[in-house]
Structures are given as structure tokens and as C-alpha cells.
Design a protein around this ligand. Structure first.
Ligand SMILES: [Zn+2]
Ligand SMILES: [Zn+2]
Length: 131
């Protein structure tokens, strides 16, 4: 399965499908054009091109997640350069159906009034908590 940014500078391949999908409604994801995220493993990303075209927006406390994006076209790439073993990237960068479907909504408390949730996935006011 391949992933790419809007202009095509950034291209990679996933050697295994993402493990799950979730949708974040927080104000930061909204501003960077994120939202639906899929969780991938670092070892499953094979770079084809453009890794050096990715810039990172570093968070200031209390936020702790960096945001990667294509320096050319601005496509939001999630935490694709993270050092963690597993991390979220934006579902919209995948060029094929990842198979997984949305399993939860987080930061529903920050959801804008103009966005209606139209699926039955579990909703969390902020970060998901274990039941
Ligand atoms: Zn691009
Ligand atoms: Zn968010």
C-alpha cells in the first residue's frame, strides 16, 4: 500500500496495513488539516522519496505530539518521522483503502458545531480512556 502527499514529493510504502483508525476533533488537528488518523509501525514504512522534504512542527507544552508536513505542498502527514515504534499518520495520505474503519472519536468536546458525527464509533471528550 502506498502513501503520498498532494504534490507527490513525499512517497512511501506500508509493508503492513495500519492497525486501527481514529478521528481527532481537537483544535490543533483541525488547524493542520488532520482528523482521521491510522496507526502504523515505524518498521512498516519504506521510504520511496521525499523524506527530506518533510518539515516538523514541534509542539509547545502541554502538547507533546509533533506534526509533520510536506514542505512543498503542506500535506499533513501526522507523526510520520516519530521515533516511537507505533504512531498515527493521517489517513488521507494513503492512496488505497487501508481496510480499517474509524473506531473512535477523540476530543469531541472541541468539535466545531458545523461538524456532525455520523457514525456509531465510540466518542471520548478528550484522549481515549480505557473502560
Ligand atoms: Zn507535497
Ligand atoms: Zn487532535
Amino acid at each position: 500500500m502506498q502513501g503520498s502527499c498532494c504534490c507527490g514529493a513525499v512517497k512511501f510504502e506500508l509493508t503492513a496495513p495500519p492497525s486501527m483508525m481514529g478521528t481527532c476533533h481537537c483544535s490543533r488537528c483541525r488547524k493542520v488539516g488532520a482528523g482521521s488518523l491510522v496507526f502504523v509501525k515505524k518498521d512498516d514504512i519504506k521510504w520511496i522519496s521525499g523524506r527530506d522534504q518533510i518539515a516538523t512542527y514541534e509542539p509547545s507544552p502541554p502538547y507533546k505530539y509533533a506534526r509533520c508536513f510536506c514542505k512543498v505542498c503542506g500535506t499533513s502527514l501526522g507523526e510520520i518521522l516519530s521515533d516511537e515504534n507505533s504512531f498515527p499518520i493521517n489517513a488521507h495520505v494513503l492512496d488505497e483503502d487501508p481496510g480499517v474503519r474509524n473506531q473512535f472519536h477523540e476530543f469531541v468536546a472541541e468539535k466545531p458545531a458545523w461538524y456532525d458525527i455520523c457514525d456509531d464509533a465510540k466518542q471520548f471528550e478528550a484522549h481515549p480512556v480505557q473502560a
